[in-house]
Design a protein around this ligand. Sequence first.
Ligand code: PLP
Length: 430
Amino acid sequence: MATNSRNPETVVLHAGYRSDPATTAVAVPIYQTTSFQFNSPEHAANLFALKELGNIYTRIMNPTTAVLEERVAQLEGGVAALALASGQAASMFAVQNIAQAGDNLVSSTDLYGGTWNLFANTMKQMGIECRFVDPSDPENFRRATDARTRCYYAETLPNPKLNVFPIAEVAKIGRELGVPLIMDNTAAPILCRPLDHGAAIVMHSTTKWIGGHGTSIGGIVVDGGNFDWEKHAARFPLLNQPDPSYHGAVWTQAVKPLGPIAYIIKMRVTLLRDIGAPMAPFNAFLFIQGLETLPLRLRQHCSNAVRVAEYLSKHPKVARVIFPGLMTGEAKRRADAALKGGYGALVGAELKGGRDAGRAFIANLKMFYHVANIGDARSLAIHPATTTHSQLTPDEQKQTGVTDGYVRLSIGIEHPDDIIADLDQALASV
Ligand code: PLP
């Protein structure tokens, strides 16, 4: 049988799967098929009517992807999950599942640029307003809330500032007002379980640490099963009023016998059905491979990051190191409240030589890869002011924590001495 363990090392290997029912294969097989044959016309009708859950068509579900979904759901302490083609699709679906034209969400300003664009521009075109607030004061979320607010949204460990989000504080405000908190936990898998701190929904770009090898784009949304959508029926008509696209199903009622999974089932059978963006079974297989060693890799990522942060903080050409473990005051308190077992793999450094030093440093790295990605097993680096954040005005750059000399490092799992040696020689040349 699959495991009931809470320990991540066991969950990533055993949750949701023991062996393949068709072949007894121990490794999760790749079910590279579009469709699944029905046993009978009655079976087919039952599946479509959600009287029975089962495989119909890979746009909506697939047995390989289902194992990844169960594992990540159990890892996060949630009740069910939905894997998608990318982290961007996961962010979009997480909000769109409960918000429509005329509604709004309140989001932290400390966001991945792609999510910022999605909320500020694409969702705006769909009539959903995003109200961005400074997370340093959790009460900003309350102040921005009104009757049409459908969710709060934030990242556990947002870069480049690396200020850990006050999950428990904002989740508490949301629960008082009937607003669920959606957390992007991409940069802190295992280190943080946002659902334990009161969040209602968690998403990941599995592209990053879960995949861990820089091979595939993917995303996942986890339903915490801990938010009372019925109690706040006026705020969530999409879950509490008859859905004309599904014979008038009321999602909070229709799937009650299956557990508190109204949110994620509705996402699967309406948004995924209509918009598409499923995760490909082959990518799900690669993410399962990545997930199996995630706890082990993460320990090395985190201990290497500490070594790098300490090394950089003593370097004469570095003005400031941005790393949760080296923060003080409220920022450190928040990091320690949310993260257990490490401070993540991201390290920021502001070079005294400004823009020219930042660019020269990146150009001179020999082992680090110069890429826009994070969360690879290899060490990665980028100079945000001239790349990821170059379209922002200098003022906007400052607000997002990007200064001219800022370099972002995603620390890999190489031997720490080799990581430091590469940084050392690159810094010597600026
Ligand atoms: N969330 C965070 C924190 C990210 O860093 C990224 C990508 O960089 C995304 C979401 C989007 O994920 P994807 O690139 O898989 O669409």
